[in-house]
Design a binder for this molecule. Sequence first.
Ligand code: ADP
Length: 464
Amino acid sequence: MKNKNTVLLLGVASILILISVQVFIIIGIWKQKNEAFTLKYTVLSKDALTYISRRMPSDGFDTVRLLLSSYSVKANKELHSITDPSALAEKKSDVLTYFNKVISQEQYLSGMLASFFERAGFDNKFKVQIVINSLEMIDQDTIVVYRNSDFNFRRMQTTTTKPGNAFKKRPMIFVNWYASEDNNYRLLFDYYIDFSDRNKLILKEMSGSLGLSNLSIILVGIMFMITYRNLQEERRLSNLKTDFINNMTHELKTPLSTITVAGKTLEMPQIRGDDSKILETAKLIGKQSVHLNQLINMILEISMWERTQFQLDKKKVDIGEVMNDIVDSFKNGGGNSALITKKYDLTGTQVDLDVVYFTTLLNNLLSNAVKYSDKEPEIDIEGFTTDNTVCIRVTDNGIGISKIDQKHIFDKFYRATTGNIHKFKGLGLGLYYVKKIAEAHGGDVTVSSRIGKGSTFTVTLPTA
Ligand code: ADP
């Protein structure tokens, strides 16, 4: 268990490390691509501006300037006549809003930029963002309407690609700064572009590395699952083997101790004179020896099956007749306490069968039906043919088998009551035999069962 937990912990830890490394790498690539995206469109914008400035004499804000200029005359008058500070602050805010609204309506430059991008084969679905850095209204004196606290005047001397601090977190791309001035106002503003599908575009570029990274995580996950499952299976088999050895020891001990006691009995002087007692004890020894022999043969046969292919001695037989013989002798033997009903008429149905193995198969199903019962056993045996198959169904009214156990009962050594619990004796080999024999004949066996209600085993075999 300790070993299993270590493997589990190591596995989970290595997968977590792998995922973290991958996430780290992906974030690194994402950052790089993001920067490359900004750089690409910054360079492209500069090219576009150079191209545009060669084709048109103005910077594209002429119409906007006209509007602002005529508004400034009126705004100046109002601003300069207000003395109340709060009314002045309100007016300043109105002026700023108006300036913002008007320059944001600029369309000429953005239209030119979009068509330049398109012609260059790049994405052109961007939104324009205009950021006012400083606005002053000039009359007899100057009123500062607004000044962006992050604004750095020195930045205007260089064509920096970095937006002001307030916009650092937003993926906007700085295109250019503009100054606009007349007798009534002085305005400094930045022109940015912002791609709404920027993340999508970057993700598309990263799809190759993302795919490979996901694939490697999935593959390692699958490898880990397989290894863990194998480990669990190994553990289960080892538990089964331990159970088997416990059960086998118990099974072998019972006839052995009976034989030992019987031997001791024969040594007693009062028994030696009594012929009937001697005969009875000898018969007991004989019966227990046969049982011992059967157990040992069973174990030997299993190990033989492991090494060699199943060797069947098949003959074409009437399966109805064979079943009648088996059921009748079962009734006269171990199954005499059970109410067995034959609900089949398979006379004339020919099957290529190894009768000896088939007898073991049916006997195992019948004896289980008797063994795993907590009341008077009632067993129905049905039989019918479909297409080229004969189906034999053994239904009992026994204790039933849980859904989980149903998955394993045909496994070697598996017993629903695991551990050294001997309420029902057994080695966990009977149904394993049944399955092996059915498969060796080209058929199969399945189970359906409900706890407390009973079980139905269905054997299918190909007809001759
Ligand atoms: P064994 O009987 O020696 O334990 P089997 O391979 O014949 O081994 O059966 C495997 C397990 O399946 C049994 O331990 C028992 O729990 C369950 N089982 C088999 N047949 C029946 C049945 N008819 N009713 C209920 N449980 C059954």
